[in-house]
Design a protein around this ligand. Structure first.
Ligand code: FAD
Length: 475
């Protein structure tokens, strides 16, 4: 080992878990190093997840609006055509700028950024090898740390017999960088990643077929919202094959033949690319967790941690996609902050009942708290209030009237148990609902809060009023 350095905390991984933990640790006066094996900081979220997917969702939505919606607003465009290389270059620029900002942020907090592949060499030691073993640049390092935070994130999984080849059988990574619009994109898995990327390529002109093993898409959603989303996506042209299992995929002459097992028997489907988006697993390969004896969940592979994000090896912590819970960037960041605060002797914690979840289809879907199905399962007495966006003036002005807001509250205490929104700008509207859940608000609190007019958020206020059957506008 060429160099030995001492740190208060060494963080492995610079995704939204790792880099946010690094900044919080520096704020608390710790000497911090953040190790990243890729050339760019920001993890999956910035490089091949949240940000590039939303950049393409936004661009493809503009394309769709220009083609299909502008005329209704009295805007004549002539023939609208797609310049995919420019759309991709713009996405790349957004990613580049944001990852550069993360670097500046860490440098501004005097955090040592070390590029290389990290491996645990003991409870307080991290060894780093250059990520590219053929590179002449970079050398092996050994870091000593009072605490180590593992934030190496997750990676896509593929069902047995469907190995990614990066060309025809692709993961979300390749689906964000295709150089032409597929004629027919098959998608295995109707979760949020499949639906978002399916929306991008559908808007850009592909035929899109989603193959889902279960009877419903995006299983975590409130049933009423999930059904509405599927109906809307179907109307947009997305095809769904529900309760259908992919048993094999064969590539011949630039096309994929997918063998399917449906409720009625066997079938096959032909497409030119097959996006496999059936889930993600924690990325622990070659990290050395077995050697230092860190315990994992035998079913899921998640690292087991206590309420302070400490693994069974007391100096080693884990956060983000590596541990149980929703695999979301904001959850990873919240855990990064909490873990560091626990290391500093403060009482960092995360409220898992108040984590928003968003699907960036159009319309968007956003939720916090319990679904109606979960409330029923737990035998909680509850009331619901719903309000459609077609009743909101702002939605009418924009021509975005699809969807509704649903508020679920406790029948006796009126405390908000969950809010589910399908509609325009749901992703931004959910913030108010997360705050309401965090503060233990009642539906009456939202109902009596004055909302600006005309806004989409008025639909939330009306849904909250509808819980007590006193919506002004609902029929
Ligand atoms: P990651 O972001 O995965 O970062 C881990 C980092 O660790 C990586 O940079 C990796 O290179 C590095 N690393 C791994 N091993 C080593 C090693 N041995 N040494 C050094 N470095 C290492 N979430 C949302 O909240 N909203 C969204 O809209 C959203 N959209 C998504 C869209 C897609 C297509 C995908 C794939 C994911 C999306 N996610 C979204 C999920 C989100 O990206 C993850 O939940 C989040 O990135 C997890 O953060 P993390 O810090 O745990 O790990």
């Amino acid at each position: 080992m060429a160099k030995d350095q001492n740190y208060d905390v060494v963080i492995i991984g610079s995704g939204p878990g790792g880099y946010v933990a690094a900044v919080r640790a520096a704020q608390l006066g710790m000497k911090v190093a953040c190790v990243e094996k890729e050339p760019r900081l920001g993890g999956v979220c910035l490089n091949r997840g949240c940000i590039p997917s939303k950049a393409l969702l936004d661009s493809s939505e503009y394309y769709h609006l220009a083609k299909e919606q502008f005329a209704a607003h009295g805007i004549k465009t002539g023939r609208v055509s797609l310049d995919l290389p420019t759309m991709m270059a713009r996405k790349e620029k957004v990613v580049e700028e944001l990852t550069a900002n993360v670097r500046k942020l860490l440098e501004g907090h005097n955090i040592e950024i070390i590029h290389g592949t990290a491996r645990l060499a003991g409870p307080d030691r991290v060894e780093i090898a250059p990520s590219d073993p053929n590179s002449k640049k970079g050398k092996d390092l050994s870091l000593q740390a009072r605490a180590i935070i593992l934030a190496t994130g997750g990676e896509p999984v593929s069902p047995s017999g469907l190995a990614f080849d990066g060309q025809h059988l692709i993961s979300s990574r390749e689906a964000l960088t295709l150089d032409s619009v597929p004629k027919h994109l098959g998608i295995v898995g109707g979760g949020y990643i499949g639906l978002e990327l399916g929306s991008v390529w559908l808007r850009l002109g592909a035929k899109v077929t989603v193959i889902e093993m279960l009877p419903k898409i995006a299983t975590g959603l409130d049933g009423q919202v999930g059904r509405k989303l599927q109906r809307i996506l179907k109307r947009q042209g997305m095809r769904f094959m529900m309760q259908t299992k992919v048993t094999a995929a064969k590539i011949s002459r630039n096309s994929v033949r997918v063998d399917l097992e449906t409720k009625k028997g066997t079938e096959s489907l032909s497409c030119d690319r097959l996006l496999i988006s059936v889930g993600r697993r924690p990325r622990t390969g070659a990290l050395g967790i077995e050697e230092v004896g860190i315990k994992t969940d035998p079913g899921t592979g998640h690292l087991l941690v206590d309420g302070s994000y400490r693994t069974n090896v007391p100096s080693i912590y884990a956060i983000g996609d590596l541990i149980a819970g929703p695999m979301l960037a904001h959850k990873a960041s919240a855990e990064g902050i909490a873990a560091v605060e626990c290391i500093a002797g403060k009482s960092g914690e995360v409220n898992y009942d108040a984590i928003p979840a968003v699907i960036y289809t159009w319309p968007e879907v956003a939720s916090v708290g319990l679904t109606e199905e979960q409330v029923k399962e737990r035998n909680i007495d509850y009331c619901t209030g719903t309000y459609p966006f077609s009743g909101a003036g702002r939605a009418r002005c924009m021509g975005e009237t699809e969807g509704f807001v649903k508020v679920i509250a406790h029948k006796k205490t009126d405390r908000i148990l969950g809010v589910h929104i399908i509609g325009p700008r749901a992703a931004d509207m959910i913030a108010e609902c997360v705050l309401a859940v965090e503060f233990g608000a009642s539906s009456e609190d939202i109902a009596r809060t004055i909302h600006g007019h005309p806004t989409f958020a008025e639909a939330l206020q009306e849904a909250a009023m509808a819980v007590q059957k006193c919506s002004i506008y609902a029929s």
